[in-house]
Design a protein around this ligand. Structure first.
Ligand code: G6P
Length: 363
């Protein structure tokens, strides 16, 4: 079937809006009727997990590292594919290597996959295109069911990659006895709530467009997050760079004081991604360090978080409450919408940003 914009102004807007449906479809595939994960993988014998990808997919891997370690207590390491081979990684013959790629054709990721073959126990591909090179060359391909993604800046593929990686972490936890079946079922039930929360946030975030019009005046923007919200902050900064051409960087909030705080003045918007998780108070105190230096804080949290910590911020965006472990999925939505509306305000080519390609098949 021909892919069109279905009445949306851009493919990116359509693809953002599709996320409640496609994310749920991916989850339905990997979580069984009993609520437990059902992937064709056996995690019980692996001693570690190696995750490799490029661009947005690499940030999905970075979030999944937190999940594999926190939920399943299995060591996980991440690399961008263009660095992986060349650092001569020490590979364990009992490890699982996971390559994540929307297109399944990214040259660096494919070369990394070929590099590990024969050196690890199993090679898995998390891909959107099941006929792709990366899918075909892996021992097992796990499709993400996002549907065709046209916008160069990846949106729905990112959240669908996270759905598969989340299901993998749950299955690893179950098979390795890191958590009880009841605990896993509870985490899976929370995950199943995410599509509805994505839907609610899509309709609840009209406040983003006017904020983005102000953000469009900035020369530099910082994004802060702690824990698994740190890689989500990296993805938020990448989205903004890709389509609005505004310089953006992300830092783990606690690292701010070790350098980047020198950049803060009244002209620098700082986006603080702060779900009410175990690190909320620490994130808030990092945010206050920014405000004490007259930085303009955009606080993204839930209503309670904003009530507790939002006094004196430049702007705030209220998100639905979510199980903290899955917050990086839900908070991808304001990250995408912020980049989208900022690009609209700047008049850039949202679906075809300059200098970028949807799929990079040269190393
Ligand atoms: C290109 C795209 C990015 C994408 C990256 C990895 O740079 O512009 O949006 O994240 O490639 O692509 P892949 O298809 O491997 O996920």
């Amino acid at each position: 079937a021909r892919i069109d914009k279905a009445g949306y102004r851009h493919f990116m807007a359509k693809e953002i809006a599709e996320q409640p449906v496609v994310f749920d479809a991916a989850l339905s595939h990997y979580l069984g009727a009993d609520g437990l994960p059902q992937l064709p993988l056996d995690f019980s014998g692996f001693d570690r997990i190696v995750l490799v990808a490029c661009g947005t997919a690499s940030y999905a891997c970075h979030i999944a590292k937190y999940w594999f370690e926190q939920i399943a207590r299995i060591p996980a390491e991440i690399d961008v594919a263009s660095e992986f081979r060349y650092r001569a990684p020490v590979l364990s013959p009992r490890s699982l290597a996971i390559f994540v790629s929307q297109s399944g054709e990214t040259a660096d990721t494919l070369a990394a996959l070929r590099h590990v073959r024969g050196q690890v126990a199993q090679v898995a591909a998390v891909v959107n295109v099941p006929t792709s090179s990366i899918a075909r060359e892996a021992d097992i391909a796990l499709p993400i069911f996002a549907g065709v993604e046209v916008g160069v800046a990846s949106t729905k593929a990112f959240t669908c990659q996270l759905s598969v990686l989340a299901a993998m972490a749950l299955q690893a936890a179950l098979q390795r006895g890191a958590q009880s079946a009841d605990e896993i079922a509870a985490l899976a039930a929370d995950l199943r709530l995410v599509p509805g929360l994505i839907n609610a946030s899509l309709t609840g975030l009209e406040a983003i467009a006017p904020i983005a019009r102000q953000l469009a005046q900035a020369r530099d923007v910082l994004f802060l997050g702690r824990g698994a919200m740190y890689p989500l902050a990296l993805e938020a900064a990448l989205k903004l760079k890709e389509i609005s051409y505004i310089h953006a960087e992300a830092y783990a909030s606690g690292e701010l004081k070790h350098g980047p705080i020198a950049l803060i003045d009244a002209d620098v918007p700082v986006v603080v991604m702060a779900p009410r998780d175990a690190l909320f108070d620490k994130t808030v105190s990092n945010m206050q360090e920014v405000m004490a230096r007259h930085g303009k804080v955009l606080l993204i949290s839930d209503a309670e978080g904003i009530a507790e910590a939002g006094a004196g911020v430049w702007h705030s965006l209220a998100m639905p409450s979510v199980a903290p472990v899955w917050a990086p999925i839900l908070y991808a939505i304001p990250a995408q919408l912020l980049a989208y509306h900022t690009a609209i305000a700047k008049g850039t080519d949202v679906d075809q940003p300059r200098n970028l390609a949807k799929s990079v098949t040269v190393e």
